[in-house]
Design a binder for this molecule. Sequence first.
Ligand SMILES: *Cc1c(COP(=O)(O)O)cnc(C)c1O
Length: 478
Amino acid sequence: MSRTPTSGESRASPLPSIDALLRADEIAPLLAGYGRAATTGALRETLAGLRARLADASGSGPVGAPAIAPAVVPAIAAAAAARLAALFAPSQRRVFNLTGTVLHTNLGRAPLPPEAAQAAAEALAHATTLEFDLASGRRGERDEHVRDLLCRLTGAEDATVVNNNAAAVMLVLGTLAARKEVPVSRGELIEIGGSFRVPEIMARSGARLVEVGTTNRTHARDYQEAIGPRTALLMRVHQANYAIAGFTAAVPDAELAAIAHAAGLPFVNDLGSGSLVDLAPWGLPHEQTPQEALAAGADLVTFSGDKLLGGPQAGLIVGRKALVARLNRNHLKRALRMDKARLAALEAVLRLYLMPDRLAERLPALRLLTRPAAEIRATAERLAGPVRAALAARAGVEIAACRSQIGSGALPVDLLDSWALVLRVEAGAGEGRRLDALARWLRTRPVPVIGRVAEGRLWLDLRCLERAEEQAFLDQLA
Ligand SMILES: *Cc1c(COP(=O)(O)O)cnc(C)c1O
């Protein structure tokens, strides 16, 4: 019986078998480092890649003599090692945020103080009293760990926390306004970072948005005319990320609260950033605090844990006891609740607010936001020489004044005086490509350095590079 050979038979494979490889000396370190299953997987993938390349190289004809044979095992070992290294490298990496945006959503917003990071790590590693009351030995409530602190700091009757502020808004609307109407000023129908859009969150929560007023001007009578039998509450959304200037009008909180209360409705204020302290004494622009919002008549106030508050991702809701109780009874709360690690971190951060006189020193977000320009300039002067030496072949380095942003929608038009190292590549053809390559090189350092390209140069705003990190930053440029 004769037949034509099909691929895979009647010619020797130039590649060794998995079993042979697993016995090879070159593979031993991989087995020791990653174990048998992961190593075998990487070898399989490597062999499959090589087979595909051999097939490509030989077209449809028979595979020729294996030119790579003598070096094949070390080559496979090296390729498998690279695959394993990539597979086991953490995807989320620490970076140097030199973008000039302090609370950068894409870079994880507020860096936490050490006590908060430690509390989170401790909670993750161990069993905790997350929902356990030590005094009675009975079941406890997870909100208990932060409720009193939040009430004390904001003057609220009650408080609850969820996964983030988008979830807080969702829970409030889903509980108080499902299948009902919520009038919102057209000037407050904002989008934040692409994923949070007021109209869409409202639709998702089951509430029906009733747009009132115009983009630049909304009056008390606009709200009054919109209130009807199906109205659930009045809502204000902080104009995060943008500002309206010129011929404008908005209804002050106290007046809006009075309109709501006269109609027997709650008034909800979504602050977004909501700093727990007045930032003005530190020379920062004032941002409405939850305590001010409550004092102005809000029945519920929602704000983020990781914006100006400087804590972990969280959605904080403070206000009237009866309303918070309704939120807690909603099954949605269970789906949106916070985990033990972030609760532990939030508790530690809130405790720092009990010592406001030391806050700017101990809370990294505030420390970075209030860093004097002269100090940042001194950093630039210390670093310019060594950075110039390290980058000599790639770029010229100068010091220049710049403006930092607060970020995360807080105080979008207020910029902070800062200083930067400005990197410039050789001018002429291909300059843009060289600048991109420089930015890429900085992103491939052991701790990636993220800057900002503007005016054909790469700016490294040094506001977020603190003294204790300077040496580590320099070492990895060498
Ligand atoms: C940022 C922001 C949100 C969303 O908060 P996250 O914590 O990012 O979910 C909602 N409303 C306003 C006004 C905001 O500024």
